[in-house]
Design a protein around this ligand. Sequence first.
Ligand code: UDX
Length: 458
Amino acid sequence: MDNVEKLTVVGAGYVGLSTAVALALLGREVRVLDTDAGRIEGLKRNQPPFYEPGLAESLVRASAKLSYTTDPAEAYADTELAIVAVGTPPTPAGHADLRYLYQALETLAQHPVSLVVIKSTVPVGTNHDAKKILGPGVALASNPEFLRQGQALSDTLYPDRILVGAEEEWVFGVLERLYRPLIEQSFEELPWLPRPKALREAIARGQRVPLVRTGLESAELAKYAANAFLATRISFINEIANVAEAVGADIEEVVRAIGLDPRIGPHFFKAGLGYGGSCFPKDTRALAYLAKRGGYDFKLLRAVIEVNQAQRYRLVEKAEAVLGRLSGQTITLLGLAFKPGTDDLREAPSLEIAEELLARGARVRATDPKALELARQVLDPRVELFADPLEALEDADAVLLVTEWPEYRALDWAQAKRRLRRPVVLDGRNALDPQAMEALGYVYQGIGRGRKRSELAL
Ligand code: UDX
């Protein structure tokens, strides 16, 4: 197959839509197939189905190259190449639910495509099984995506590496051609999605974005390994933060000191309430399960998951310790999304924190710059939601900063104090300056910002 100018992307979620839009911005003609008619209708009017920086603008700019449908016959008419990026959500037991993937593959098997590229995160061995569904005439590539929500388009356009698992040489060739503008970064800088400085400089020095060629199983495992390692870093630093509190050290100082070792590095070392979102919780559980099914007990990963679960309750425990009891107290949550820059509430620590506070008899008020609409659908209706953070703080006995939105750093904390019943701020993301907060008269605690021994008079 020669034609990489025209392709179909299956699944209009974060990964599928970012890929489709990025390839359309590079000049490819992209059809997007999704079973969700509402989503497709919205996209036809250039309405993004979720909040993602640069997406609204990109949908408009690339609209001449993008088309949307719920009809597979229309989606696969005269296309040789299909990229599958449907969701693989977790089942209650922790496996990846492959229902949508298999549905997509079965539909694909009835159409004459030559190459199917699987971008969905799938358990090792799935690509092999997919081959059987597609039959002998269709080639397959595993092409996992490493994009982050909140930077989905940027990560797709400016990747660190492109990973391709395949069994035939020509398949690598096709994907290399498909992604050439990304590999060479040969497209004009997009003003609304600027190229990161480090990448611009690397390209100027003649470097390219590496395309890593592997077998199918290695590509599948590499995706899980990347997410498991990043999750491990987070649980590790959260454990060190908890130790810092116990012994009177400051995690921010510790990270600064160890991050300078190039073998360790400073990235992905923010102590806080643990990881959430649609990837880390799901993929760590899926990898632990995958290992177990293969007869191996992945002890380290099980501990990473356990530590992450416990970390979510740190602020609730701190609130109870500071206030004496939670029953009858008003607690305000600043931030609900699993991280800033997104309205996504999947596996957000805020959900369990709110539930736990309610279970302990507290009254819960909450705010978020982007996630309120979704919060209305998923949060316990007893949680009172406010668009204005200052209003959310009214009469609160303690403020729990759950998501480190820049808005909360920039909040007028002197004015905020006048709204509160008690000036208690528990910062689950170490987003605020402890000295500045204390100077304003707050009782302030972060995560892993232990009191020095001298201050504690131990
Ligand atoms: C992640 C991976 O980064 C991405 O490569 C993969 O493809 C999908 O999963 P995402 O879930 O969008 O992306 O968010 P990310 O920014 O990686 O953060 C994940 C979670 O870890 C968030 O809940 C965040 O708050 C938390 N986190 C991250 C920390 O607690 N500390 C850190 O230092 C970094």
